[in-house]
Design a protein around this ligand. Structure first.
Ligand SMILES: NC(=O)C1=CN([C@@H]2O[C@H](COP(=O)(O)OP(=O)(O)OC[C@H]3O[C@@H](n4cnc5c(N)ncnc54)[C@H](O)[C@@H]3O)[C@@H](O)[C@H]2O)C=CC1
Ligand SMILES: CC(C)CC(=O)C(=O)O
Ligand SMILES: [Mg+2]
Length: 350
């Protein structure tokens, strides 16, 4: 029986994951779901944000569905390695070998008005894929220190790490618009000099893909100036984290962006791109669509179930077309629905 580990986490995590699980149960009732603690919730219950039994469950599963971790309550844990982000999320990605993070930023035509961009920049929709390297760079480099007077973070990339994510970027572009933009900061960072040279080398294997390079500051500007120039963006961990949140706003809301974190093979971890949103947690108004769309990615990438994945994506598009809006994607004066009602509407469209 196919197995999925379900890790709701903190803040709005449990609220949105509960709705995504309802969708998954309807679309793929044969998949066995097992819930486990992660993040602040796990720290409170067990003293560690990633209990060994949670990691074991993930390893014994075919895929993981995660909500989000972290929040102000756990920012004050004295040992930074026991905080949810550094103690659970990053180790999960590393232990599970999930080096490729796919973050599709799709602006559904019905949401053009919710985007922070002028509608004419999004005419006919927007579909940009950010391929973010997920297990290297600044988030993982050692030493990582802070003695109160001086703090150090270290950015490390090996050629192998760049080669494998570059292949993911090129292959994704081959299946789409055949354009890849590699984003770095090679005018300053040595890791970026290696990044650019390596991407150039890998490009020789993909003559059908048009490769371009942008420095990250320019890339951030170009994303809001003319987002349709992009097809696939491949970049390192920190830049991809930032640029994908920025790309999310082009689609209407951070609450719309799903993600797949993949390694070799079909195992994957699926989560919305956003965090635990403590400012709206417990209010029943979080947008569940990023997590519901992450379930579609789970079905597509870990189980090869394209039909079921499309079924979910079509239902989401229909619900948006019918005018349902959680507050994050509503225009002023527009009626809104809560988390559960939005998921009810998706279920009704399936
Ligand atoms: N993968 C993960 O588990 C991540 C965890 N975090 C953690 O989450 C906590 C909060 O971080 P923030 O910087 O506030 O980022 P965030 O992504 O949680 O929220 C940013 C803004 O977007 C809104 N938002 C996010 N998701 C939404 C949704 N589904 N529906 C409607 N509005 C939504 C929030 O209300 C907030 O105003 C921190 O502890 C952070 O470390 C942040 C990013 C990723
Ligand atoms: C919480 C961070 C470690 C990660 C993050 O912001 C993300 O993966 O989007
Ligand atoms: Mg982020």
């Amino acid at each position: 029986m196919p197995k999925v580990a379900v890790l709701p986490g903190d803040g709005i995590g449990p609220e949105i994951v509960a709705e995504a699980v309802r969708v998954l149960r309807v679309v793929a009732p044969d998949i066995e779901l097992t819930e486990a603690l992660v993040g602040g919730a796990a720290y409170d219950a067990t003293g560690h944000p990633l209990p060994p039994e949670t990691l074991e469950l993930c390893k014994a599963s075919d895929a993981v569905l995660l909500g989000a971790v972290g929040g102000p309550k756990w920012d004050v844990i004295p040992d930074p390695n026991l905080r949810p982000e550094r103690g659970a999320l990053l180790p999960l990605r590393k232990h599970l070998g999930l080096y490729a993070n796919l973050r599709p930023a799709i602006c559904y035509p019905a949401l053009a008005a919710a985007s922070s961009l002028k509608p004419e920049l999004l005419e006919g929709g927007l579909d940009v894929l950010v391929v973010r390297e997920l297990t290297g760079g600044m988030y993982f480099g050692l030493p990582k220190e802070n003695d109160g007077n001086r703090a150090v973070d270290t950015c490390v990339y090996t050629k192998d790490e760049i080669v494998r994510i570059a292949h993911v970027g090129f292959q994704a572009a081959q299946k789409r618009g055949k354009k890849l933009c590699s984003v770095d900061k090679q005018n300053v960072l040595m890791t970026s000099v290696l990044w650019r040279a390596t991407v150039e080398e890998v490009a020789k294997e993909y003559p059908d893909v048009q490769l371009s390079h942008l420095l990250v500051d320019n890339a951030a500007m170009q994303l809001v100036r003319w987002p349709k120039q992009f097809d696939v963006i491949v970049t390192e961990n920190l830049f991809g984290d930032i640029l994908s949140d920025q790309a999310a706003m082009l689609t209407g809301s951070l609450g719309m962006l799903p993600s797949a974190s993949l390694g070799t093979g079909t195992f994957g971890l699926y989560e919305p791109c956003h965090g635990s949103a403590p400012d709206i947690a417990g209010k029943g108004i979080a947008n569940p669509l990023a997590t519901i769309l992450s379930v579609a990615m789970l079905l597509r990438y870990s189980f090869g179930r394209e039909t079921e994945a499309k079924r979910i994506e079509t239902a989401v598009e229909a619900v948006l077309g019918a005018g349902l809006r959680t507050p994050d994607i509503a225009q002023s004066g527009e009626a809104t629905v809560g988390t559960i009602a939005m998921a009810d509407a998706v279920l009704a469209q399936l």
